[in-house]
Design a protein around this ligand. Structure first.
Ligand code: AMP
Ligand code: MG
Length: 310
């Protein structure tokens, strides 16, 4: 096993594909940070572990530990920290390292790692449509930048990038599911030539903190952006629930406990200011730019579900 890991590592480190992904990594992050700062967003530091983290809506193992009598978890996402911060700072973003100990079966997707980075942003008073527009402008201008500045690298790996024009297409999740079945994400992602949105996701498919639509009970005012060419989900986000009584009700519906989220609930008890935001996975983004078959090709030390890693 050890020799296999070492030879895989040697092969990865000597591949031009990884080198190109790393050459893009810094400029892509710098571009995104600059883009957001130019629109008045403030970069906040990441939180690596906390007494409260994202419950997620799919099963993962829980990396948590005791310190001086208190239970902490490694960060699965900074959603609650974003919601607390956005009360005071109206536009924030962070490059947030997330640990999600995904089940081994997730290795077949080619887009899951156990350790990855989200560019996670939140805006006070914004609607879902506001942050979708921001996401489109950010993504299309990033594609323009990469195409202009990194054409040599892109042609070396045979990647043709398109600059999508806004607004991107929108599909309601239930309609996509009715037309394409449970594998709608992969099917639509392969059919579409440009990134597109999936909107209006039913309550049971998401966490408690996304806001239910006022005019459509059971449906959330949230969205995913999906890459074309079969690369699948790029980002998730939406409007957040800000009314304390509704937050409690949603936790109850999920059969989760108030105790689990007590520090967040403490901050939310006089209601929060409305906000919306999203998180986009950086490794998936670099993989999409490079057009690589698997996400681990962009990281020197990828943690692949179910595999022993350095
Ligand atoms: P979520 O809000 O859970 O959808 O996470 C936000 C974004 O982070 C996703 O849209 C992906 O781009 C990225 N992401 C989530 N889980 C993983 C993972 N296990 N490996 C790599 N990227 C991920
Ligand atoms: Mg998601």
């Amino acid at each position: 096993m050890e020799t296999e890991i070492v030879s895989e590592l040697e092969e990865r480190l000597s591949s031009r594909q990884l080198e190109i992904a790393l050459e893009l990594n810094g400029p892509v992050r710098a571009f995104l940070g600059e883009f957001l700062r130019s629109r008045g967003f403030l970069e906040v530091p990441p939180v690596i572990f906390s007494t409260v983290t994202d419950p997620l809506n799919h099963p993962v193992y829980d990396p948590s530990f005791d310190y001086e009598g208190t239970r902490y978890s490694l960060t699965k996402s900074m959603i609650f920290h974003k919601q607390i911060l956005v009360q005071k700072f109206p536009k924030i973003y962070t490059f947030s390292p997330n640990i999600r100990l995904e089940l081994a079966e997730k290795s077949s997707t080619g887009r899951h790692l156990l350790e990855f980075t989200q560019l996670d942003l939140e805006q006070q008073g914004a609607s879902r449509e506001d942050v979708m527009k921001l996401g489109e402008e950010m993504f299309s201008s990033l594609m323009r930048f990469v195409k202009e500045k990194y054409s040599k690298q892109l042609s070396e790996i045979g990647r043709e990038l398109k600059i999508p024009s806004a607004p991107y297409k929108k599909f309601k999740l239930l309609e996509a599911e009715a037309k394409y079945g449970s594998d709608w994400e992969q099917i639509l992602s392969e059919l579409e030539k440009d990134p597109f949105w999936i909107i209006d996701i039913p309550l049971d498919k998401r966490e408690f903190y996304d806001r239910e639509k006022d005019d459509e009970p059971g449906i959330l005012s949230d969205m995913d952006m999906i890459y074309p060419e079969g690369f699948g989900e790029a980002l998730s986000g939406g409007e957040r629930e800000y009314e304390y009584s509704k937050i409690l009700e949603r936790i109850r519906k999920k059969k989760q406990t108030n105790e689990q989220f007590k520090w967040f609930l403490e901050a939310a008890k006089y209601d929060l200011k409305p906000s919306a935001g999203f998180g986009i996975g950086i490794e998936r983004l670099i993989r999409y730019i490079c057009g690589y078959p698997r996400i681990e090709m962009v990281h020197p030390f990828p943690k692949v579900p179910g595999k022993v890693s350095i």
